[in-house]
Design a protein around this ligand. Structure first.
Ligand SMILES: [Zn+2]
Length: 294
C-alpha cells in the first residue's frame, strides 16, 4: 500500500514517464498541444496514434501489456503539458488507429480473449443511462494520520480496508524487538475521506457487428456490451457506426440466481472510440429492423 519512498517512482515507471515525455515534446504533438486542444472543457480525449507509440521505447508494447500503469504515467505527463500551457482541462490519452492485426469480429470473442486489447467495428443498438462509479477511494488512519488511495474495480465490491499499514508495521517491528511493548494503538481505526474520493462517469452501450446484422444474430437479440468512460459518456446514439478499441473483460451474469455464480459474460472496456468503421462499409440500420434489436 505504501512504498518506502513514495515520491520516487520505480525505475520501470521512470522509463515510461520519460518515453511519454519525449513523445509529447516531439514536433507533431508539441504543435498539437500548442493549439490548446480541449481548452475550457473539464475533460478532453487527446488522441495519440498507435504508430507513434512504437517510436518511443516500445510504448506500444507497454501500453498493450500493462495498460493501466502505462496510461497512468502518460496521463500524468500530459497533464503537466496542459498545466504548462495554463489549461485546467483534465486530458486523457486515447490511443487510436490500432494496427490491422488487432482487428477482431465481436461475435468471435471467447473467454480466451480476456485481457486482450482489440479493435472492433460496431453499431450502437442502445445506450444506458449515464452513471458514475467510485474509481479511487481515499482512506486515512485516525491514529497516525497516514493517508492512502485504493484503486477500486468497476462493478465489483468496494475494497475492504482492514488496517493501517504504517501502524501495523510499527507493531510488527516492535514485536520483533528485544523488549516488545505490551500495549499498541488499534491499527484498524481507519476511515474513508469521502470528499477526496474520485468518481468517473460511465455509460454502457449495446453493440452488434456488421456480421451479426448479416447473419441474423442481431435480429435474434444477441448483442455485446461496451462500457465507455469520461468524455465518451453521453456522446453516442443508436445507429452510430464506430470503431471501438477495447480490452476484453468478463463480468458475472446480470440475472444470476446465486451470488457466487461462476458463470461469466464477455464485455468490452473501451479505451478509445473512433467515428466510423475501420474494416467494413458503413451501415444504416433501417428503423423497422432497429426496433427488434433493442
Ligand atoms: Zn496508522
Amino acid at each position: 500500500m505504501k512504498r518506502k519512498s513514495p515520491t520516487e517512482p520505480p525505475i520501470d515507471s521512470q522509463k515510461t514517464l520519460e518515453a511519454w515525455r519525449l513523445l509529447f515534446e516531439s514536433e507533431t504533438y508539441k504543435n498539437d498541444l500548442d493549439s490548446l486542444p480541449g481548452n475550457g472543457d473539464p475533460v478532453f480525449g487527446f488522441e495519440v496514434e498507435w504508430e507513434d507509440l512504437t517510436s518511443y521505447d516500445a510504448l506500444h508494447v507497454k501500453f498493450s501489456e500493462k495498460m493501466t500503469e502505462t496510461l497512468l504515467c502518460g496521463n500524468q505527463v500530459l497533464k503537466e503539458q496542459y498545466s504548462n500551457r495554463n489549461m485546467a482541462t483534465r486530458p486523457v490519452i486515447r490511443v487510436v488507429n490500432l494496427p490491422d492485426d488487432r482487428a477482431y469480429e465481436i461475435s468471435q470473442l471467447r473467454m480466451r480473449d480476456r485481457t486482450r486489447l482489440l479493435s472492433f467495428d460496431a453499431i450502437v443498438v442502445s445506450t444506458s443511462p449515464i452513471i458514475g462509479w467510485l474509481k479511487t477511494s481515499v482512506h486515512k488512519c485516525n491514529d497516525c494520520d497516514s493517508k492512502w488511495t485504493i484503486q477500486e474495480r468497476l462493478a465489483r465490491p468496494r475494497e475492504k480496508i482492514k488496517y493501517c499499514r504504517t501502524c501495523l508495521d510499527v507493531i510488527i517491528s516492535n514485536m520483533e524487538s528485544k523488549k516488545p511493548k505490551s500495549y499498541h494503538k488499534d491499527p484498524t481505526d481507519v476511515s474513508m475521506v469521502t470528499e477526496e474520493n474520485y468518481y468517473e462517469d460511465v455509460q454502457y452501450l449495446e453493440v452488434v457487428s456488421p456480421d451479426m446484422l448479416e447473419n441474423g444474430m442481431a435480429a435474434n437479440g444477441e448483442s455485446f456490451q461496451v462500457v465507455v468512460f469520461d468524455e465518451y459518456v453521453g456522446h453516442f446514439s443508436k445507429g452510430d457506426n464506430l470503431t471501438i478499441n477495447a480490452v476484453v473483460a468478463v463480468d458475472p451474469l446480470i440475472n444470476r440466481d446465486f451470488i457466487r455464480d461462476t458463470r461469466r459474460m464477455i464485455y468490452l472496456q473501451a479505451h478509445s472510440v473512433e467515428e466510423g468503421f475501420s474494416h467494413n462499409k458503413p451501415i444504416q440500420i433501417d428503423l423497422s429492423k432497429q426496433e427488434s434489436l433493442s
